[in-house]
Design a protein around this ligand. Sequence first.
Ligand code: C2E
Ligand code: MG
Ligand code: MG
Length: 559
Amino acid sequence: MDLDKELLNAVFKISEDAIIVCDHDNKIIRANTSFNDLAGYSESEVLGRHLFKKDERNRERSFIEILSTRDEEALSWSGRVMIRRKNGEAKLSEAVSYTILDEHRTPQKRLTIIRIIPDRMAEVTGTEINPQYDPLTGLPNANLLNDRLNQATIAANREQKSVAVLLIGLDRFNMVNDGLGFEMGDLVLKEIGARFAGTIRKSDTIARFEGDRFCLVMIVASSDDSVIVAEKILKAMQTPVEVAGSEIYLTASIGISIFPADSDSGFNLLKHSESAMRHIKKSGGGGYQFYSGEMNVKAKQRIDLENSLRHAMEHNEFVLYYQPKVDIVTDKIVGAEALIRWKHPERGLVPPGDFIPVAEESGLIISIGEWVLRKACMQCLSWREKGLPSIRISINVVAPQFRSKRIVDQITETLEETGLPPHCLELEITESILMGEPLIIVETLNQLRKMGISISIDDFGTGYSSLSYLSRFPINTLKIDRAFIFDLQKNHQNAEITRAIIGLSRSLNLEVVAEGAELLEHIDFLREQGCDTVQGFFYSKPVSSDEFETLLRDGFQKV
Ligand code: C2E
Ligand code: MG
Ligand code: MG
């Protein structure tokens, strides 16, 4: 026996996947141990038996049945099979098969590898298919959807959130069935179902509702969240579905209703989503619509904003303003926070609060953040090169940026390209970022710190209640949120919180910056408590780079 054959034999034997080899007539001629274990039959009981298609008559005799359509001409196939075990149990499994050709290219054997379907997919017991799952797509069916919808409304009530019900209908799907046949139609539905399943979070439910309709149920903080998902679904439809060598282009119409705004009954929510879906289908399909008119207006505004942000990015409409961080003992500028503004052609200077949240949700923040990083580094370097006092530049980094795998590379590249020394850069992150996967966060922070970059916790005191992260993560600075500063002269509690944060920083050896210091009283209090660095209108509002340069050159006039 040659080495290749021996190797193949060994792989066949030890594979954890169940593998069978059939002849051209679908008769099993070899089966490995994993397959025998899975089917519960001994090898001799398996050999010589047949694989059958779902609708073939003599399927009762078979213990392995092909559920998904298989094109007999195609050389490879993947789909669902049902294994009926000796003890009567039925197990839905995924299978791939490859046809082996002889030297005349005629099919000889078929190698089929079978995997048990993962948890989220259907589990079958007895001889009946689980009544809660759709056998074609493996997704929950309308029964299970109803349950999940009810559970979601209960959970949303408790958490004071909403539930979005998205009914997704494939447009003109009957043309696929009529033109290509039901088998092809099934393949398309299967593929689309898998795509939808790939766009949702684990906690959401996507179900095959009926025929060519799918339904997505998810708990949302605001109706805007459903817009993001509806867009993702429409995007997932843009890639054509490939079946049997042809590409099929499809669109979907999505009707959205919201619990509790539109109704508190699951039945009515589905009805409302359906009527919204019908509406969008009538106007040509390929879009989404809310049941309630009010939300349609909100959704439209959001989309308009997203589009104008894209336009702004391409047309260079963003500018950075800089706000000094000042040492209150010497009145010297020690740093600058770069704060983005949008120079809107009609609306004038738009503050970040009006567009950063949408940029975050739409993913545009990644490219905006890249721009901010580069621009701020170049600006800081240019001040250094002009011989102005050396300062540290801070930029704000939000969760999607921080979580993006590229963050460390991006910063390394930008520092290399611009030539700014790493110790001149500081990242301001919020406490919520630290609440993600701790190992990944520590790793990212350590890498950044190793490079010499500083990390500051922005809006400190407003976020998470556990402070254990302060010792766990390599942090340099706490930035006291301005909510505690603005009224500390008359709000005793805020004054105490500020005092406590300053004390905490000192004992943990962290720098501390007070944000939003507007009055002399604030400065006096902070100085007394030992917080030496402040950022606030008392010294300066955020200003343009030219104005900042003047401040840096001339300093503050002593009052
Ligand atoms: P932040 O990082 O906490 O920035 C400080 C905000 O406090 C700035 O608002 C600043 O103008 C304001 N501020 C500073 N001193 C005072 C004061 O004495 N009194 C009052 N009332 N306000 C003061 P701004 O520029 O509107 O920025 C708001 C938020 O937008 C920022 O909060 C930050 O979270 C976000 N942001 C700004 N620029 C960027 C950016 O480039 N990228 C990202 N991801 N977020 C940004
Ligand atoms: Mg900040
Ligand atoms: Mg802040």
